[in-house]
Ligand binder design. Structure first.
Ligand SMILES: Cc1cc2nc3c(=O)[nH]c(=O)nc-3n(C[C@H](O)[C@H](O)[C@H](O)COP(=O)(O)OP(=O)(O)OC[C@H]3O[C@@H](n4cnc5c(N)ncnc54)[C@H](O)[C@@H]3O)c2cc1C
Ligand code: SF4
Ligand code: SF4
Length: 689
C-alpha cells in the first residue's frame, strides 16, 4: 500500500534575487492549500548551511516523506538538496525542485503579478510530481581494473604509458603492422625541429619495455559491449582473435591526410603531398630547383575547419628545403594561411628573409598545374604568374580516420559533421563523453600537432586513471524499468535503445521478456515512449508524474492569455532557458516549462493530454541534429512530432499549435526568440477550440 505523501515545501527568497520580483509571502499562503502539503517554509537562502539544517530538522520533526524546494535551477542545486534530504534519512529521489528564479524572477522582472502567478504554477507542478515520486536505490558496480587504448600513434602511446605507469594493465590495439602513427612517417617536428624518428622511438621503446602494456598490432576492434564498469572487447586480425574485459577505453585513432586523387595533376612523383615530401626528406636531400607548394589543396568549401598543422608544416618544409639548397626557388601559394602562435609568425618572417615567395590566390582563381608550370593569379600584385616547377607539393586537409564511424557506433558516441569524435559539449563540458569510461585524445578529436596531442593524451589518461582508481561506478540516474506483466516481448524497445541496454530474454511459456541492464541505461526514456504496451517506466519521469505535472501547469486561473507549455530537453532547451534567466532575457510569462531528460521522453500522449487540459500551444525544445546526448533521441522526437502534427491536422486542428525547435544550451537568445515567436503565433491563432 502506498504511504500518503507528506510534502514539505521550502520557498527561497534567494536574498532579493527571487523576493525582489515575486511575492514570496503570498506564495507561501497559496502553496499551503495544495494537496499533500504538510509544511511550507520561506527562507532567505535555503542552500546555506543554516537553510539546509532547517530542511533536515523539518524532515525529522514533521515526518516529511517528500521535499520540494522552490528556488533556483535544479541543474545546479539539485545534488545539494538531494544530499540534504539523504543526511536526514530521506531517499534523495523523493526530492523535487520548482525553478522560480531562472524561470520567473529573472525572466519576468517587470511583471510581478505574472511572475508570482507563474511561480505558484511551478510549485503546483513540482508538488503534483513529488506526490508520485518513488524511492529508488543507487545502482553500483565494480570497475574492471584494466584499460584499452585504441590506436598507437603519439597520443595512444602516451596515454598507454600514463595508464601503465599509474599501475593498470593496458591493451594497446593498433591496426597497422607498426606502432607510431603518422609521426613515424615524418622527417622533423616543428617547433623544436627534433627528428620525428627520435621523438617517436623514445615513446615506442618505453611502451615496449613496460610490463603493464600489451601491444596488439595488425589488430582491430571487432565487437564492444558493456558499460563504464566493464566493457567486453573482442579484437582480431591477421588470423587471430581474442576477448578481454576493461573498465576504461581511450580512443586515439588519429586522422589522415586526404588523398589528392585527380587534383592538381597529382602523380606521386613530380606532384606529391606534404606527407610524401616528409618521406623524401627522411631519405635524404631533395633534388629540385623550382618548388611550388600549394596550400589548402582539396579543402572543399563545406569543410569549414582548418588545421593549423598544415600551415606550420608548409613553413617548416619550405624553410628546410631552402636551407638544404639556398639557390632553390620556392613559392608558397595559399588561399588562407592560418599562422598559429609566435613560432609561426617568426617562421613566416624567416621564410621571407630567405627569399621564399608567398602568393595569395582567391577562391575563384585557384592555381592550375600545367605541363611544366603552375599558373596562378596573385591577388596582391594583380599579376597572372606562370611559375616553372620541378616539384609541386600539395597540402591536403587532415580528415577523419577510416573506420571512425564503425568505432563510434560500437562505442555509441556521435561523430561531428566531419567524422571526428567531439566532446559532449566543448564549452560546457570539455573532455567529457556520455559514458564516463570512454575518453578521446589526439587527432581522433580534431587535427592537432604533437604538443597538443600529448596534452590531450595526458588529460584523457588522467581522467581514465581517476575512473579506474575510484573502482566503483554509481548510477543515480533514473533508470528505465520493465513491468513484466505488461511486456508482450515485441522487441520495439530493443531496437529503440541506442545503448544496447535492453535485451529480450525467454520468459515463462513461449513469451520473451524485455530486460534492461541498469548500468547501461542512460535514462533517456526513448524506450518508454516507444513501448506500444506502456510496459516501461522511467523512474523520476513516469507517465503518471509527467501527466500530473502537465495537469498542474494548466490548472491555474485563466487570465485571458494563451496557455503555452514548453517541454524541454535538459541538455538543450532547459539549459538555454536557465541561461536566459542568468542573462535576464525576458519572454512572455504565460509560458510554463517542463524538464525532460531527453526530447524523446515526451510522448505524443503527453502532448494530447496538455491540449485536453487547456494548453493552446505546445513547444518541444530539443538538441540540434547530431548533438543528441542519447545519439538519436531528437530524431525519434522529430518523427513523433511530425506524426502528431499530421494527426492534429486530420482532426481539424491547426498543426502550428505544436512546434519542435532545435536549441543549443549556450544560445539563450535563440530560445527566447523561438518561445516568444511561438507564443505570439498562438495568440494570433486564439484559444484552442
Ligand atoms: C604532413 C604532416 C606533417 C606534420 N608535421 C608536424 C610537425 O612538424 N610537428 C608536430 O607537432 N606535428 C606535426 N604533424 C601532426 C602529427 O602528425 C600529429 O599531431 C600526430 O600524428 C597525432 O597523433 P595521434 O596519435 O593523435 O594520431 P596518429 O599519429 O594518426 O596515430 C593514430 C594511430 O591509430 C591507428 N588507428 C586508426 N584507426 C584505428 C583503429 N580503428 N583500430 C586500431 N588502430 C587504429 C593508426 O593506424 C595510427 O597508428 C604533422 C602531420 C602531418 C600529416
Ligand atoms: S517494447 Fe514494451 S512490450 Fe515490447 S518488448 Fe519492449 S517492454 Fe516489452
Ligand atoms: S531509457 Fe534510454 S538508455 Fe535506458 S533502456 Fe530506455 S532507451 Fe535505453
Amino acid at each position: 500500500m502506498e504511504t500518503e505523501a507528506k510534502i514539505g515545501v521550502f520557498i527561497c527568497d534567494c536574498g532579493t534575487e527571487i523576493a525582489g520580483f515575486i511575492e514570496t509571502e503570498a506564495l507561501v499562503d497559496r502553496v499551503r492549500d495544495l494537496p499533500h502539503v504538510t509544511l511550507v517554509q520561506r527562507g532567505l537562502y535555503h542552500c546555506s548551511k543554516k537553510g539546509q539544517k532547517r530542511i533536515r530538522q523539518a524532515i525529522a520533526e514533521q515526518g516529511l516523506n517528500r521535499v520540494v524546494v522552490a528556488g533556483c535551477t535544479p541543474r545546479t542545486h539539485e545534488p545539494l538538496f538531494r544530499a540534504t534530504c539523504e543526511a536526514a534519512g530521506l531517499n534523495g529521489s523523493l526530492f523535487e525542485m520548482a525553478n522560480i528564479r531562472e524561470q520567473c524572477a529573472w525572466v519576468h522582472a517587470a511583471e510581478r503579478e505574472g511572475a508570482t502567478a507563474k511561480a505558484l504554477d511551478l510549485v503546483r507542478m513540482a508538488v503534483a510530481k513529488a506526490a508520485l515520486l518513488e524511492a529508488r536505490d543507487k545502482v553500483e558496480a565494480t570497475v574492471t581494473p584494466a584499460a584499452l587504448v585504441i590506436g598507437a600513434g603519439t597520443a595512444g602511446l602516451t596515454a598507454a604509458l600514463t595508464l601503465a605507469n599509474g599501475g593498470f594493465p593496458v591493451k594497446l590495439v593498433e591496426r597497422e603492422r607498426e606502432v607510431g602513427g603518422l609521426v613515424r612517417k615524418l622527417h622533423t617536428l616543428y617547433p623544436t625541429m627534433q627528428r620525428a624518428e627520435e621523438f617517436i622511438s623514445e615513446r615506442i621503446k618505453a611502451v615496449q619495455s613496460n610490463p603493464n602494456i600489451e601491444v596488439l598490432t595488425q589488430t582491430q576492434i571487432l565487437d564492444l559491449s558493456g558499460s563504464a564498469s566493464n566493457y567486453h572487447v573482442t579484437v582480431g586480425g591477421n588470423g587471430h582473435r581474442a576477448a578481454f574485459d576493461v573498465g576504461a577505453i581511450i580512443v586515439a585513432t588519429g586522422a589522415q591526410p586526404s588523398h589528392p586523387n585527380g587534383l592538381f595533376r597529382y602523380d606521386g612523383r613530380r606532384v606529391i603531398t606534404q606527407l610524401e615530401l616528409e618521406s623524401k626528406l627522411k631519405a635524404g636531400p631533395v633534388d629540385a630547383q623550382h618548388i611550388v607548394m600549394i596550400h589548402g589543396a582539396g579543402r572543399e568549401e563545406e569543410r569549414l575547419y582548418s588545421s593549423s598543422v598544415y600551415c606550420m608544416t608548409v613553413l617548416k618544409n619550405a624553410i628546410l628545403l631552402k636551407e638544404m639548397k639556398p639557390e632553390a626557388c620556392i613559392s608558397i601559394l595559399f588561399g588562407d594561411l592560418q599562422s598559429f602562435g609566435e613560432w609561426c609568425e617568426d617562421e613566416i618572417v624567416r621564410a621571407r628573409q630567405r627569399g621564399i615567395k608567398f602568393i595569395h590566390f582567391g577562391p575563384e582563381s585557384k592555381p592550375v598545374v600545367k605541363g611544366d608550370v603552375v599558373e596562378v593569379h596573385d591577388l596582391l600584385s594583380g599579376a597572372d604568374l606562370s611559375l616553372p616547377y620541378d616539384l609541386v607539393v600539395l597540402s591536403t586537409p587532415l580528415v577523419a580516420s577510416d573506420g571512425a564511424s564503425t568505432l563510434a557506433s560500437m562505442l555509441h558516441i556521435p561523430l561531428d559533421d566531419y567524422g571526428f569524435f567531439p566532446d559532449v559539449h566543448v564549452r560546457l563540458r570539455p573532455r567529457n563523453y556520455i559514458d564516463p569510461g570512454i575518453y578521446i585524445c589526439g587527432n581522433a578529436h580534431y587535427p592537432a600537432d604533437t604538443n597538443e596531442s600529448l596534452f590531450q593524451a595526458y588529460s584523457a589518461a588522467s581522467k581514465a586513471l581517476h575512473h579506474l582508481s575510484v573502482g566503483v561506478v554509481t548510477s543515480e540516474a533514473p533508470v528505465a524499468v520493465v513491468d513484466e506483466r505488461l511486456c508482450t516481448g515485441c522487441g520495439t524497445c530493443v531496437e529503440t535503445c541506442a545503448f544496447q541496454a535492453i535485451s529480450l530474454e525467454k520468459g515463462e511459456g513461449v513469451l520473451s521478456m524485455s530486460r534492461i541492464a541498469p548500468l547501461l541505461c542512460k535514462g533517456c526514456g526513448n524506450c518508454v515512449t516507444a513501448c506500444p504496451s506502456k510496459a516501461i517506466a522511467l523512474q523520476s519521469a513516469t507517465d503518471r508524474q509527467l501527466l500530473a505535472q502537465i495537469g498542474a501547469a494548466l490548472a491555474g486561473p485563466q487570465d485571458g492569455k494563451p496557455r503555452v507549455l514548453g517541454l524541454l530537453c535538459q541538455w538543450s532547451g532547459y539549459a538555454a532557458a536557465d541561461l536566459a534567466g542568468a542573462r535576464r532575457l525576458q519572454y512572455p510569462s504565460n509560458v510554463r516549462l517542463i524538464r525532460g531528460g531527453c526530447s524523446a521522453r515526451f510522448d505524443p500522449h503527453h502532448i494530447l493530454w496538455a491540449f485536453l487540459n487547456g494548453a493552446d500551444g505546445v513547444f518541444l525544445g530539443a538538441c540540434e541534429p547530431g548533438e543528441c546526448h542519447y545519439v538519436l533521441g531528437n530524431q525519434y522526437a522529430e518523427s513523433r512530432i511530425n506524426g502528431l502534427q499530421e494527426m492534429l491536422t486530420a482532426a481539424g486542428f491547426d498543426a502550428r499549435r505544436l512546434q519542435l525547435a532545435w536549441l543549443k544550451p549556450d544560445e539563450p537568445e535563440d530560445f527566447v526568440t523561438a518561445i516568444t515567436a511561438f507564443t505570439a503565433s498562438i495568440e494570433k491563432l486564439g484559444p484552442m477550440a
